[in-house]
Design a protein around this ligand. Structure first.
Ligand code: RP5
Length: 169
């Protein structure tokens, strides 16, 4: 998936991550943030992943997001080759439900940081919202969109109702 002059590189280790990471892409679309989504693996396509990270800044990108599951070293590998902020989204895994992915990402040794989000869709959404917040620091229109989003979200929650009666016991 390509957009003109992407500001964000949304990289995932496998196309099997897409059903979750598409909510990240949808959030960028909602805010009108140009992004590029790619499948690149730290272990299956290491040279391509390193090349992508090392050329991202010169291509005008501001943020990279790395999503991976299991022994999830993609975000760390990307971060090793760029000074851009790298956000990490742990994918749910088959046997350990993403706890492996989370620990692999969040336990980066000192020196090369990645900012790790929640496992799954919540993390995918929040990685996009966090990116929007960073980009909004130098983009007043985007800052207004983020403020509007927060207001709509608050209104939605306050408008929620619960059943007024409980079923008889
Ligand atoms: C990781 O391995 C990917 O990010 C994915 O979450 C996981 C499984 O990949 P597939 O075997 O489904 O391609 O590298």
């Amino acid at each position: 998936m390509k957009n003109e002059n992407p500001l964000v590189g949304l990289v995932m280790g496998s196309d099997s991550d897409w059903p979750i990471m598409k909510v990240c892409a949808e959030t960028f679309q909602q805010f009108g943030v140009a992004f590029e989504a790619r499948v690149l693996s730290a272990h299956r396509t290491p040279d391509a992943a390193l090349d992508y990270a090392s050329t991202a800044a010169s291509r005008g990108m501001k943020v990279l997001i790395g999503a991976a599951g299991g022994a999830a070293h993609l975000a760390g590998v990307l971060a090793a080759k760029t000074q851009l902020p790298v956000l990490a989204v742990p994918m749910p895994s088959k046997h350990l439900q993403g706890l492996d992915s989370l620990l692999a990402m969040v336990q980066m040794p000192a020196g090369i940081p990645v900012a790790t989000f929640a496992i799954g869709e919540a993390g995918a959404t929040n990685a996009a919202l966090f990116t929007v917040a960073m980009l909004a620091l130098s983009d007043a229109d985007l800052a207004q969109k983020l403020a509007d989003f927060r207001v709509r979200q608050t209104e939605k929650v306050l408008a929620k109702t619960l059943p007024s009666t409980l079923p008889a016991v």
